[in-house]
Design a protein around this ligand. Structure first.
Ligand SMILES: [Zn+2]
Length: 191
């Protein structure tokens, strides 16, 4: 289950019966629909052992002011200034499946407990994951958790054949902003 999914009109709908997003300003005050937020807080109680409560995602979002024309009752939202890429992965039938960075990073953070990481697409059906953790034992157990969480997410998206590898390279931050891109698509990775 992802926290948002794209509809036939190309808009993102929040799965609001499962996750809660609060767009807020710089001082964490609520931002009304129609206005761009500074960041957004995610609350998700699906995992009762490790609930996510008002976690700061760092994305600027704008909630729609009117119902979407696709007829979905779930609130539509737009994500701006996102530095993470959408990923297109190829399944066993040769079809392309889109993964939203917000969904992917939430899986790694919520279910694996990793916060500083980079998921890099290296082939149509392969991902490499960089982790910041340097302690060898902690790194190995973190990787097991990340791989398990990503595997079950990819399986659920119909992508059981996508290969996952731990990448020994350090995290790459943007030279200009210092910001960490947590999901990097192959077309940009190779550019
Ligand atoms: Zn819609």
């Amino acid at each position: 289950m992802s926290i948002a999914c794209e509809c036939s009109r190309g808009r993102l709908h929040l799965n609001s019966d499962w996750a809660m997003l609060e767009p807020v300003d710089r001082d964490y005050r609520p931002v009304p629909p129609g206005a761009a937020s500074h960041t957004v807080l995610l609350t998700n109680l699906a995992n009762r052992v490790q609930p996510v409560i008002r976690y700061d995602l760092g994305d600027s979002v704008t909630l729609g002011t009117e119902p979407c024309s696709c007829g979905s009752p779930f609130p539509a939202l737009r994500v701006q200034g996102r530095c993470d890429d959408e990923l297109w992965l190829r399944n066993a039938n040769g079809e392309w499946v889109e993964l939203l960075p917000l969904a992917l990073t939430t899986v790694v953070e919520d279910f694996a407990g990793a916060h500083q990481f980079q998921v890099v697409q290296v082939a149509p059906d392969a991902l490499r994951v960089r982790l910041e953790e340097t302690d060898r034992n902690a790194r190995e157990s973190l990787w097991l958790n990340v791989a398990r969480a990503l595997r079950s997410y990819l399986d659920a998206q119909g992508l059981p054949g996508v290969a996952l590898h731990l990448d020994a390279a350090p995290l790459e931050r943007s030279a200009s902003s210092g910001k960490l891109r947590r999901v990097v698509a192959s077309r940009r990775a190779s550019a």
